[in-house]
Design a protein around this ligand. Structure first.
Ligand code: A3P
Length: 303
């Protein structure tokens, strides 16, 4: 181990990426063994960037003709059990997962950087949707998430200052932040038919527009009839923070060491200002801006 994450777990640096100890075996096994189908949909992100939300949205868009809003498994199941992570879930077991029997389109999710994706994902016609979030809300969200974990022999950091120098050096699970976002950002510019780049803040601002964009990108545009019948609004409401939070608040499941509710906290744009001092925010933003210079990518850090 070369460093520690906010939740106290050791991080390993491998080929430019910081992996949490509980995710490295799965990450490498995924990179080595996963064979993509042309019809696959991969949802990619840095942790705490809106992954849970994107999973619910993509699952709903893809399955809208199979499940009615009163029957959808989203009413009883956390999105992470419907759209499973490669690294900390599917490929983290002793045996390789049998993904062949899954019907198309299969939807998976990943925190792996674009450059480290298995060759068959980049080489096939499968689609990738990346969601990013402004770096200040992402890091504050991670800090609160990390504090929910209870693991034997692991002592989470107690204050946000304790891990902050590491964050400024890019040291966090699946970091550096800027490497993750830049890889997918550039790929989305080079191959817009393959990679859709979404921002959490944009989804908060206009979910209808972004749901249409997502559905079109996936080759499943909403028909005029669906629009008139309010299907888009139905999906937006089903996947809204308040609704998903209410459904999950008393459930345990996805992570043994933390309740499902740890994926639902405040969901605010600019909420970071309750936890970071202005000088911490300025320091980190300056670093991120320097790293992203010339890329054309920028973030909205307040509402
Ligand atoms: P906060 O900690 O700022 O509240 P991830 O899903 O990638 O783990 O990200 C978790 C963050 O997304 C948390 O942010 C969580 O509250 C927020 N979130 C979860 N579900 C959401 C939803 N349906 N809509 C908007 N934000 C959501």
């Amino acid at each position: 181990p070369s460093a520690k994450n906010w939740d106290g777990t050791p991080l390993y640096f491998y080929k430019g990426v910081w992996y949490p100890v509980f995710g490295i075996r799965g990450a490498l096994s995924f990179q080595q063994h996963f064979i993509a189908r042309d019809t696959d949909i991969i949802l990619a992100s840095m942790p705490k960037s809106g992954t849970t939300w994107l999973k619910a949205l993509a699952f709903s868009v893809v399955n809208r003709n199979i499940y009615s809003p009163t029957e959808t498994p989203l009413l009883t199941t956390i999105p992470h059990d419907l759209v499973r992570f490669f690294e900390v879930d599917l490929y983290s077991k002793n045996q390789l997962p049998d993904l062949e029997q899954l019907p198309s389109p299969r939807i998976f999710s990943s925190h792996t950087h674009y450059e480290s994706l298995p060759p068959s994902i980049r080489g096939s016609s499968c689609k990738i949707v990346y969601i990013c979030r402004n770096p200040l809300d992402q890091l504050v969200s991670y800090f609160h998430f990390a504090r929910k974990f209870k693991r034997e022999n692991v002592k989470p950091l107690t204050s946000i200052d304790e891990g902050f120098d590491n964050i400024c050096r890019g040291i966090q699970s699946y970091g550096p932040f800027w490497e993750s976002v830049l890889g997918y950002w550039k790929a989305s510019l080079e191959r817009p038919d393959k990679v859709l780049f979404l921002k959490y803040e944009d989804l908060k601002e206009d979910i209808t527009f972004n749901l249409k964009k997502l559905a079109e990108f996936l080759g499943l545009p909403f028909s005029e009839k669906e629009e008139k019948e309010g299907v888009i609004q139905e999906i937006a409401e089903l996947c809204s923070f308040d609704n998903l939070k209410d459904l999950q608040v008393n459930r345990t499941g996805f992570f043994k060491s933390a309740p499902n509710s740890s994926f639902f906290r405040k969901a605010k744009v600019g909420g970071w200002c309750n936890d970071l001092t202005p000088s911490m925010a300025e320091r980190f933003l300056k670093i991120v801006e320097e790293k992203l210079a010339g890329s054309g990518l920028s973030f909205k850090v307040s509402e």
